[in-house]
Design a protein around this ligand. Sequence first.
Ligand SMILES: Nc1ncnc2c1ncn2[C@@H]1O[C@H](COP(=O)(O)OP(=O)(O)OP(=O)(O)O)[C@@H](O)[C@H]1O
Ligand SMILES: [Mg+2]
Length: 493
Amino acid sequence: MLETGITITNNDKHNGRKPQRPASLLRGLSGKLLFLTLIFVMIAEVLIFVPSIANFRNVWLQNHLETAEAASIVYLDTPDFMLSEGARGNLLRATQSVAVAVRQGGTSRLMASNDMPGSVVAHIDLDNVSALGSISSAMTMLFADNHDHYRVFGKMRSSDAIMELVQEMQPIKRAMWVYARNVMVLSIIISVITAGLVFLALYWLIVRPIIRISKNMDSFSKSPENAALIYQPTGRRDELGIAEERLAAFQGDLQNTLRQKQHLADLGLAVSKINHDLRNILASAQLFSDRLTSLPDPTVQRFAPKLIRTIDRAVEYTKSVITYGKAMEAPPSRRKLLLRSVVSDVAELLGLESMSNVHWENAVADGFEADADPEQLFRVLMNLCRNSLQAMADCEIPGRELRLRVTAEHHDGQIKIRVSDTGPGIPDHIRETLFQAFQGSTKPGGTGLGMTIAAELVRAHGGTISIENTSPEGTTLLLVLPDLTIMIGEETQ
Ligand SMILES: Nc1ncnc2c1ncn2[C@@H]1O[C@H](COP(=O)(O)OP(=O)(O)OP(=O)(O)O)[C@@H](O)[C@H]1O
Ligand SMILES: [Mg+2]
């Protein structure tokens, strides 16, 4: 685990969110799915249920007409034939009717009948029933008065005569209600089984992985620096699989960012501590060097002002560079400066003039002016030149001449400053991230901040910094600054 000074407290307690209770079964996704599946299956069953009742009624009526037809076959052949009293009673009972008649050739013959106390409220022609018509009349019959009667008729199968029955509502109503109840019970059983299966399938495929993901997110958010908590994708290939992969990648990236932030925070702390003590030491150095100016020795007189300037500059750094960070960097305070002298200062600080193995060349023209913050431009150039020197020091190519050169030109409203060396070139793998904090260093003691600081200072001037070319033969870094000296000149004309 990383020991962090930055404590990321995404804890519920700390960020003011109410602690999340685990969802109850009914309020959770599983419960909702179960409920919805039940409702949908029930709706489907009702849609089947209504037409099936109408169908049941038609079959019931058809069966009774056929029973009546079987009993009346003899009767049709013999016009004078009369059923006995007992047979008429049996026929009426078998067909559950109060009257049975046969219509043939325009005449209707009553085979058997009883008293009919109620009225005939419906006439059903079984040969001409539409689907909607039979649904609506079946529904009406389901709620009709038990003592009402209806007439049902249909063509006989054995002849072209029409069989007619008058029946009381009660028997068919009872049969329909029993049927409805059975269908309803069956529907409920089917819905519960289907809903259960759908629920299990959805729970297994969706809800369970979501619970796993959300539990991981919860524990990760409490301890985002713990690498063991990065989500382990299950390898499934559907949308949830993609979400798992993205979550794992996101958590990985987040940990990297946190590590960098931690690095920055640690560095900031270290810089502040060093800075504090360094300032005291520099204050004493300032005091001693002031005294040097009073010595008459001409060599001392020559070097003392330079020493004082250098120490003053260092004191300025300790004041301004409290910690690394854009927000802490003061905005540039621009003024017209002579670039050659800034480059000379850099060479002086790095001791370039006295180096025997490096050929140093300040190729900036004498009166070359730039409009920039001298301290910041000095820092930029010092970082670049120091990198070049360090790179060349590591370069052990026999016979190679080590050269470091700074040039400057006015071009198209811009100032182009080039720092070129004959070092080994910038390694491939750091080129992309060269200007990002802590990403680019290849040196054991390097922080990887030099280029970042340089790029930031140049950007604050409205300029850019880039690698113009780099190869095993050497490197040229290009600084482009807006040429404000021209604009100022133009404005004053
Ligand atoms: N002129 C150059 N030639 C070859 N490599 C270079 C050159 N300039 C920079 N680099 C490479 O880029 C890396 C990053 O440079 P940068 O100045 O950002 O960090 P650093 O020099 O390692 O550390 P520091 O923060 O102390 O400056 C260096 O470590 C070096 O490998
Ligand atoms: Mg450097």
